[in-house]
Design a protein around this ligand. Sequence first.
Ligand SMILES: Cc1cc2nc3c(=O)[nH]c(=O)nc-3n(C[C@H](O)[C@H](O)[C@H](O)COP(=O)(O)OP(=O)(O)OC[C@H]3O[C@@H](n4cnc5c(N)ncnc54)[C@H](O)[C@@H]3O)c2cc1C
Length: 432
Amino acid sequence: MRQARRVPDKHSQVDQVTKQVAVIGGGISGVCTAFFLADAGHDVVLIERHQNVAQESSFASSGLVAPAYAGPSAVPGMPRRILSALFQSESPVLLKPGLDRALWRWARRWVAECDLDRYRINRTRLQRLGLYSQGLLHRMREYYQLDYEQAQGVLQLFRTEKDLKLAEPGIALLAENGIPHRQVDTDGARAIEPALASDTALAGALYLPQDEAGNCPLFARRIKHIAADIGVQFHFGRRVERIEQDSRGVALLIDGQRFPVDAVVVAAGADSERLLQPLGVRLPLYPVRQYAAAALIRNFDNAPKAALADEAYKVEIARLGSRIRLSGVAQLTPDSASLKERAMRTLIKAGSDWFPDAAGYAQANFWSGVRLVLPDGVPVLGPTPVRDVYINMAQAESGWTMAVGAGKLVSDMVSGQAPDIDADGLTMARYG
Ligand SMILES: Cc1cc2nc3c(=O)[nH]c(=O)nc-3n(C[C@H](O)[C@H](O)[C@H](O)COP(=O)(O)OP(=O)(O)OC[C@H]3O[C@@H](n4cnc5c(N)ncnc54)[C@H](O)[C@@H]3O)c2cc1C
């Protein structure tokens, strides 16, 4: 039951073969991919093991849709910075030294990506996809009249000169790539965010006026309804056990039954690797847990107007409707009560240092999500070496920022059409 209302797109009128496509995963990546596949004319089913969309990482997102801010975690100078923060009681990274070989192998590759030239390549790739994605998001917002608690602008806060120094290569790249940004002093920062606490040290700030924040799960639910209207069939509470190759293409194994399809898109977040490994699709992924908190605003005059990022603790602070969303802290070792406690303390510190009277942080709801991260921090989109198996995964810290563009790009590739942007560096081809 396809409706006439579609996002106007230069490809929409092009004749193409209609395929039956299964999307695995109802996070923001899967929902956006399913929408664009149906919009392109395919028969689409989306399989999600929970009872609704956006129940895992996409639920935890702090909401930044921020192509200017988005960057890899591998930044020149970051390894030393992390080592010095490891033993602080509040820390952006939680890591218990041990003998996890997989972690050390991954860490070696991550350190190599901290090289200045590699950093510039990776961040430019993220900006290319992020700006494309934001443009499409705006078109969808306008076309479908979407409201998802949007707020304009992101302010990066640097507590010390060291934090500012670490940001220099990124600021230089923004200038080179013509992305609007403005360095401001403490008065300038407070002119942008008047409620910013004056007794927390601030060496400087960077304002990104075109970045924004928005409620990711709310947006996913809105797109779910639009996608259903144009024909996407959602199957909730069903878990894909395995992907098998089939004479017709591929087949999914669900509850012991085989379902053949023409193509499958794996957008299964942290479970993607488990589904892909038996097919021989291997990538240097590592699972990283990230924490989030939502605190009810009790004093709106003292709350942030939009989104901020505390660069010392790598905590993002966003005003989403009547709540302040805090998120951050990358945990690279197995869960423990003490690590969780440290993560929560770090989030609360960032919130109460910058907006002490805005919300009751101690009463906030806390949760966390696991995401698969590649050393370069750039997602992998499009075909795999296995015929008819496509991926949309490893979005790291910026999956919400990239989701709409990544969904469209993968849909174009499944349709055999050239994507709107250069896909160089965004596919598995970068792994040879
Ligand atoms: C705390 C936190 C804060 C973040 N903040 C931001 C931010 O401010 N801005 C930003 O751009 N990004 C942010 N991110 C990153 C962003 O949220 C993620 O990159 C994005 O949500 C990933 O979406 P996804 O759809 O790929 O994965 P997920 O949301 O994890 O969705 C995967 C889905 O697949 C389903 N699934 C898995 N396996 C199967 C199976 N076998 N069968 C059926 N279903 C399956 C799962 O149930 C899940 O619903 C944040 C992430 C976290 C954890």
